[in-house]
Design a binder for this molecule. Structure first.
Ligand SMILES: Cc1cc2nc3c(=O)[nH]c(=O)nc-3n(C[C@H](O)[C@H](O)[C@H](O)COP(=O)(O)OP(=O)(O)OC[C@H]3O[C@@H](n4cnc5c(N)ncnc54)[C@H](O)[C@@H]3O)c2cc1C
Length: 432
């Protein structure tokens, strides 16, 4: 009988399974889809394996880096110093020790007046003095106004960071989570602010090597295995559908799936009520394939304007391939695919020059890409009130917004609870 069952093969479930397998625990992971990866997965398009959405990692993603090292895929990450390139603004962080890197970067930023630069420096220093903690949560917009941040600075620096990191517009986004992001990126060691661009499909960074790791450490990964419900049983837990018995279960699905999966467990009613209140935010990724390679000045640049699209060089997948991502809700979602692609090309050409002939485009809108990261939202703990039942996922309690790192940390946290104190409980049950 498998000891630990994991429901969901996204990055949270995979992180839990790898960590458990590494500690010699027998695991079985059930994934409803025919492939692993969840919201960070490969999609086949015209003979190329692209991703469902463009993903960017940063140097502060420590647990994700550790996991990639464990499964042997860390060499797929290319580290580059932070550069934010917009038509009207540019910020680059030099190779200097913190906090000099940020001070110098802000001072030499293009597109900000001296008043903006001083305001940004004062804001970061004020947050640092209070250890990036806020007594009460509010919106990012309100926080920036409290700190008298000029509109140009908000539009060019803070809003793009907020929307990209929290996938939530400034006026709705949680100031507390925004401060956590600033603390661990711009406010930390220089290397934490680096961008990590993954080479090749996302599936090759984690889902595929993780599956191999789990199998080679005695675990099992079942695809097309939808769990219909979870019940307590004599031996611990029963997964309805695949009818798997396990002593501990890690539920690692999208939060929207929780009510259907856990509705039969009254003790979890209060958690499910809170999750039912979540609102969702989309992410829109367009893949553009050109007939010849395209040169960008840096692997990623913004097209500018409010809620700017970000263009990524994806010629690691196939020559002439770019991805363009727009985070959060907005009027761009009203445009149809061909019109939107044309619009993107029209905005890109003035920045980098004439583009080769377009061979094809593919747009993927993930409607429930992330929860709206709003002030004071309830995020459940990994340990539930029911012994042996854990929750993992980017929505569970933690410092980060909905990100790969948040998902991975939650999975690792569940695994550590099971391999640590809870191991005693499992062993006791075995001897009964
Ligand atoms: C387009 C897009 C772009 C993004 N960009 C970034 C980025 O640049 N940087 C970043 O850090 N983060 C980014 N994110 C966020 C990141 O992808 C997510 O936070 C992360 O993938 C969530 O992982 P998860 O394991 O918590 O959940 P999911 O990925 O949702 O995994 C849940 C899994 O559970 C499975 N499942 C559900 N129900 C069942 C069931 N009943 N039985 C069995 N299996 C089930 C699902 O099929 C799925 O595979 C992006 C997300 C999207 C959608």
């Amino acid at each position: 009988m498998p000891r630990v069952a994991i429901v969901g093969g996204g990055w949270a479930g995979l992180a839990a399974a790898v960590e458990l397998a590494a500690h010699g625990m027998p695991v079985v992971l059930c994934e409803a889809a025919r492939q692993l990866g969840g919201r960070a997965r490969a999609v086949a398009w015209d003979g190329v394996s692209v991703d469902n959405g463009q993903h960017l990692l940063i140097g502060a993603y420590r647990e994700t880096l550790r996991l990639a090292q464990r499964v042997g895929s860390a060499d797929r990450l290319r580290r580059r110093r932070l550069r934010l390139i917009l038509p009207e603004f540019e910020l680059g962080l030099p190779r200097l020790a913190a906090p000099l890197h940020l001070a110098t970067g802000l001072l030499t930023a293009r597109g900000l007046g001296l008043g903006d630069k001083l305001a940004a420096t004062r804001f970061m220093q004020a947050l640092k003095r209070q250890a990036f903690r806020l007594a009460a949560d509010t919106t990012v917009d309100a926080l920036l106004r409290q700190h008298a941040q000029p509109q140009t600075l908000i539009d060019r620096l803070w809003a793009p960071i907020c929307v990209a990191a929290l996938n939530t517009p400034l006026e709705q986004a949680s100031a507390r989570v925004f401060c956590n992001v600033l603390r661990d990126s711009l406010g930390a060691h220089r290397a934490d602010s680096d961008f990590l661009f993954h080479q090749g499909p996302l599936a090759a960074l984690l889902p595929e090597p993780a599956a191999r790791y789990i199998a080679s450490h005695g675990g099992e990964v079942r695809l097309g295995c939808k769990v219909e419900g979870i019940r307590q049983s004599a031996g611990g837990w029963r997964l309805l559908g695949p009818e798997i018995e396990a002593q501990a279960v890690v539920v690692a699905t999208h939060p929207a799936r929780l009510p259907a999966l856990l509705g039969g467990l009254p003790a979890l009613g209060p958690i499910l009520d809170k999750v039912r209140d979540y609102r969702w935010q989309p992410i829109d990724t367009t893949w553009l394939r050109f007939a010849a390679p395209v040169r960008l000045p840096y692997p990623m640049l913004a097209l500018g304007g409010g809620q700017s699209p970000w263009v990524f060089d994806r010629q690691d997948l196939v020559p002439g391939l770019l991805s363009v991502v727009v985070s959060a809700e907005g009027p761009h979602l009203d445009a149809d695919g061909p019109t939107w692609s044309e619009h993107l090309i029209e905005r890109l050409q003035p920045l980098i020059g004439p583009l080769p002939r377009l061979l094809g485009h593919k747009r993927i809108i993930e409607k429930r890409a992330t929860y709206a990261c709003v002030p004071s939202m309830h995020r459940p703990a990994n340990r539930t009130p029911l012994s042996g039942l854990y929750l993992a996922g980017d929505y569970t309690r933690g410092d980060y917004p909905a990100t790969l790192e948040g998902a991975v940390r939650s999975g690792v946290a569940c695994a550590r609870m099971i391999t640590g104190v809870d191991r005693v409980l499992i062993t006791n049950q075995e001897h009964r």
